[in-house]
Structure formats: structure tokens, C-alpha cells
Design a protein around this ligand. Sequence first.
Ligand code: NAP
Length: 546
Amino acid sequence: MSALEKTQVDYDVIVVGAGFAGIYAVWKAKQSGFTVRGFEAAPEVGGTWYWNSYPGARCDVSTYSYAYFFDPEIVREWDWSNVCADQTEILRYLRFAADKCKVNESITFNTKVRAAKYLESEGLWRVTTSSGQEYVSRYVIMAIGALSTPKTPDIPGATDFAGLKLFTSDWPKDRKVDLAGLRVGVIGTGSSGVQVIPEVAKVAKTVHVFQRTANFVIPSEAGPVNPEQVSSLRAEPSQVRKDLRATFGGNQVFGIGEHRFSELDERGRQDALQRAWEGKYIALAFRDAHLVEANAAISEFIRQKMASVVTDPWTAKQLVPWDHPYGGKRPCRSDQYLQAFNSPHVRLLSLKETPIVKIETDGIQTSTEKFELDAIIYATGFDAITGAVFALDIEGLQGKKIRESWKDGPVNYLGTMVHGFPNIFFPSSAMSPSVLSNMATLAEQQIDFIVDSMLWLEEHDHGKLHPKAEAQEFWQKEVLRYAHRRPGALTTNSWYNGANLPNKPRVFMIYCGGFNKYHELCLSELRNDFPNYELLQTPELSLSAD
Ligand code: NAP
């Protein structure tokens, strides 16, 4: 191909997705001098906070940490109304941030990306939208989220139900859903189910909760914001940002037990647990809370607290998670969920005892009873992490599809890049601190790492970067090594390890070595000229302006 026939480059960077990571990616890449185009399937920014608009949706991480810190004006001008903001407020916040950073003009909304193919001889990516339009870029940032592909309900007859079918992961936006006076069934008792059930119970005639596995539910931190805390965040946002990255979870920690579990006698342990419960830091009741024995004591304490809330003994027993330790899967937070089962019109069904046989046109048939329903709410979760990647047709070096590279589970290096897929980045994806850290802190940290990597490549003759195969193998082992240390991580069925989908490979998909350590490893690659990556060179390309 002659120089004149070279593929026209439309943008330096294409960003797919406009949630926390996508908004910041568009801004950061533009600030760094790149031409950028974002694509977003929804009609506006928000990502997960756009789609999951079910009643009760709320962040259970405090807004003191779950927010942007890159722009001091955003920190100083936005007033949160609650320590744990609800979905409507977080969506308003993301709109505000996007407006302030003027990123909307660089994003094409209502546009789903379908495919991304690496044009090897030119070192470019061709991105195709679902309407068939093609765009060529030098870099792609797949800010597509970890929990953005809902799991299809795998229950016989699910499509037959003639009443109202609702999904927490895609709550209707075009109308107000009125459940007042209806007979409602809810399937799923993870974080989404736990939040939606008490809200539905406030208006519905009856609520039947179809629970397969009980989850840990601890009180939330929701409540009025502390003005002193807000002032301290506003004083020096760049320092807050730095400090968050130096923590284990990317979060501000407001309480931690004074003693190690091993230092205390039984009385001391119970006192420490009670103090931590009242101080809302039960997960860190002891300095060595990560150890199996300490975790077992924390788990048992929470089980007792949970059971004490529910008046009916059978219901209490069913709602308590006996089968896994605290933190083995994502714990839920609510001040209303367990309490809702004390209302006479809310009834728990244990699918372990009486499984659903099928969904019929007018309700749900279990092995022992038929429940006539006007509405069914599916809070059945997501094809987490890999689902969003596999929803796209991504093809890298030598025509290899990412589906093939990840057929036995996701592999990458430092949770952002995959061997054989140069210059395409996957923030918030597999093998990163992900939901075992604060996703907002992670979004900023990973996008900084990604854009800094792109700037480094610009200085290196527009090279193409991908991790070495051995670096990827090392990272896989590293993720597993830390998972072994986390109580319940490898023994509990959860979306963390693919067990929530029948045919998904069982691979633990989250790096739990700590946010601080992860951040240092990313910085070390930048500082040392990417020793664990391969740099590919391709001919100089002519660029068009945005
Ligand atoms: P989830 O945690 O995966 O929970 C899905 C629920 O549906 C589980 O109880 C599951 O039971 C049940 N389920 C799935 N298929 C079923 C079937 N065929 N029959 C009966 N029950 C079935 O999903 P999620 O609640 O949407 O939460 C996903 C993640 O989103 C959370 O872990 C969290 O990271 C995030 N989230 C965060 C917040 C927040 O406050 N920040 C709020 C909501 C969600 P089994 O456990 O038996 O599979």
C-alpha cells in the first residue's frame, strides 16, 4: 500500500462508554492533546448510574471517596445531600461533571459500538458501531464497565409471563413505574434486590421474595454529610486524590479496630465487634480482620445481628448467610431490607427448599405453591466483567479474537491491557482492584495510567504497546495468590469468580492485593519504560484533525 492509500485516521482516541471512567477518559485524553471521540449506547452520560435506576438504587460507598477528585472546581461546587448518594443524585452529579468538563460535545450518544478490529499493517483500530459506521483511531479505551451486561433470566417460562416484567439493571426510563397495590414478585437478593425490595414493599399489595442464596446485609452509612469532612476534602482535592491512591481500598477509612483479633480474649473480641458495629466499620473490627479466624468471628457476629432484626424465626434463619464467610462475595448494605420482612405483606420464599419450577403467564410456580403476580422484578445480576467485553467483537494481532484469548477466563496484565491486543485499554475490567476497591478512585487512577501510557507512546514514535505473554501469566498467578488469602474468595459462588453463570469459567477476576500496591505497579511500568510490555513499531501515519 502506498503512503497515499493509507487508512485515514479519524481520531487519536476512541472511548467507548460514558460512565465514571469514560467521562474522565474523554476529558483527560483531550487535555493531553489527543483528538477524541466517545461513543455511548445511552442517550446521556452515567453508565451504570444511568441504567440501574430502580427504586432504592443508591451507592453504598461514601461520597467522601466515591467521587471525582481530578478537578478542584467539581469538588468545591458540588454539594452531596447524603453520605451515600442515591442513583438520581449520582446521575445528576455525572451530568454536572460532564458539562463542566465539556465532554458531551465529544461523545456520540445513542450509539452502541459493535466491533473493534486491529489493522495490523497500519497499527490502527477500526471501530464499528451497530449501525455499521466505521471509525479509525490509534488508541481505544473500552470504558464499558464491569457490571453492564445483565444476565438473561435462566428460568423456564420467563418469557411467558404476561404481567409487568422489570429488570433492576434496565429500569424503564420512558415512564414512571407504579407498583402501588400490585402483587409483586422479586427474584434475586444481591445488592440490587436488597435495595429494591424495601422500596417496593412501601407501595405494593404483596411482595414475594424468591431467594436462592442469602447474603450478608449490614447497616448502610447513609445519612447527612458532615460539613467538616466536606471542608477537608475541598481544601486540597489533589492531596485527597493522592491519599486515596495510597490506601488499601481506594477509600477513606473512618474507623478500624484498635487491636488484633489474636491479642484479645473472647470478651475483648465481642467488645471490639460491638464497637465496630456501632461505629459502622464491622469489616475492619480487628487490625488483622483479613485473617480467617478474625473473619469467622466477624461473620458470626453479623449473622447474629441480622437474625435479631427479623421476628419470624424461619424467615430469620433463611435470610442469614450460613454458607459463606463475610466478604466471600459482595456484602449488601441496607437499613430497611431485613426489617421489610417483618411486614405481613412481605414473604420470603427459599428456593433452596422450594425451587421455582416455572414462570407462567400469571405468576410463579414453585415446587409446592403457585404465586399469582402482577409484576416480576428480576434482580438477577450480571454477566460480570467478561460479559461487556464479549458483547463486542474484538480482534487483535493475527486476527485473534478476545473471546478466544479469554475462553478459559480473562487474562491481562495490570487489569488494563491484553497480550496480542496493542493500544486497546480496558479500564474497570478483569484482574484490577475493581469492586474490591472504590470504582471512582479506580476510574481516575486507571485512566491516568492509560493516558500516560499513550503519551509515552507518542514520545516513542507512535509505537504500539501490549503486555508480554509472561507478564500476563505472572499477573494471573498474582491475582490467584491474593485471592487465596481472602477468606471465601475461592470457595464462595459469586460473580467475582464467574459462578453466577452456569457455563462461565471459574476464574477469580479481581485483584485483591490492595489499591496502593496496584497503583505502585502501574507507576513502576511508566517510570521504567514498560519493562513488561512489548513495543511494536509501524510506519508513520498521517493524522486528520478532529
Ligand atoms: P448479584 O449480586 O449477582 O445478585 C443476583 C441475585 O439474583 C442473587 O441473589 C442470585 O442468587 C439471584 N439469581 C440469579 N439468577 C437466579 C435464578 N435463576 N433464580 C433465582 N435467583 C437467581 O447482582 P446484583 O444484586 O445486581 O449486584 C451485582 C453487583 O452490582 C453487586 O455485587 C455490586 O457490586 C453492584 N451493586 C452495587 C450497588 C451499590 O450500592 N453500590 C447496588 C447494586 C449493585 P445466587 O446468589 O444464588 O446466584
